[in-house]
Design a binder for this molecule. Structure first.
Ligand code: OAD
Length: 250
């Protein structure tokens, strides 16, 4: 493992443009359950019944009660872990240009990452379905569900539900990074949800080296990843960041 961490660190040190793609796994050590696998959200509830836009539009109260409010309460108290902090540190040192995240938890921003592309939107804000008013999630009490705007309309979280498009700017910037980067760090994603899972494939097709961090192999591991660092994001990314040489001046 140490050799592979050293190899990955050398690739990151040499890369002119590195981008990270993260998934729910990076937030597991912050106490947020993943979507798949033991103890996950989709083990408890059917995503098509609760995370599809049609389900939300049909019965917003039910989706708020079963999925959104529980998840939002977890997110409100979660703190960034060593994995988020390591990526922020890499960006600070000029070794990482951006994080493309599928997560809606804002933990990368809380850790200090500045360029975060929220591929599946965010829970940090809510929008009124009627007047479009946008509110900070933290300002809206969840005493009565679904929460209502002053105009009487129902608030929705600004995340991407199944059946909705990826926000255009997030998709465009992610594709640009994926086609231009020299290295992509893929952390804590099962890589089964598209189009996010296509980003490492696109990067690889354009000549990038793919470094994957995950406790268990994914569909990318055998097909797309060049270096697989097996383990939890917190410990692997901390070790990797320590091993990355601090760039020297021109
Ligand atoms: P998943 O829940 O599908 O996958 C989480 C991944 O994290 C798995 O591959 C785990 O092995 C890995 N993992 C678990 N613990 C970890 C740790 N401590 N460190 C690193 N990795 C760990 O989550 P995503 O791939 O993010 O979309 O799921 C993608 C999308 O599916 C989500 O954005 C969400 C969901 O349905 C929408 O809701 C639109």
């Amino acid at each position: 493992m140490e050799t592979r961490i050293q190899q990955a660190a050398e690739i990151l040190s040499r890369s002119r443009l590195t981008v990270a793609l993260t998934g729910a796994g990076i937030s597991v050590e912050s106490g947020i359950p993943p979507f798949r696998g033991p103890g996950s959200f989709w083990e408890e509830i059917d995503p098509m019944e609760f995370a599809h836009v049609d389900a939300f539009m049909k019965d917003p109260a039910r989706v708020w009660e079963v999925l959104v409010s529980g998840l939002k309460r977890k997110l409100d108290t979660a703190k960034p872990n060593k994995g988020h902090l390591a990526l922020a540190e890499l960006e600070n040192r000029g070794c990482l240009s951006a994080v493309i995240t599928q997560n809606v938890d804002s933990l990368h921003q809380k850790a200090g990452s500045r360029d975060v592309i929220e591929f599946h939107g965010t829970f940090a804000t809510l929008s009124c379905l009627d007047c479009g008013h946008q509110a900070a999630s933290a300002d809206i009490p969840l005493t009565f569900l679904p929460p209502h705007c002053q105009c009487g309309g129902v608030y929705r979280p600004d995340c991407v539900f199944y059946g909705e498009s990826i926000p255009l700017e997030a998709l465009t910037r992610s594709r640009e990074f994926a086609s231009q980067c020299d290295a992509m760090l893929v952390v804590g994603t099962s890589a089964v949800v598209h189009p996010a899972a296509m980003m490492p494939v696109l990067a690889k097709q354009n000549g990038a080296t793919i470094i994957e961090v995950n406790p268990t192999p994914t569909p990318l591991t055998a097909t797309t990843s060049d270096i697989f660092l097996q383990g939890g994001a917190g410990s692997v990314l901390s070790r990797l960041t320590e091993a990355v040489a601090i760039p020297t001046g021109p």
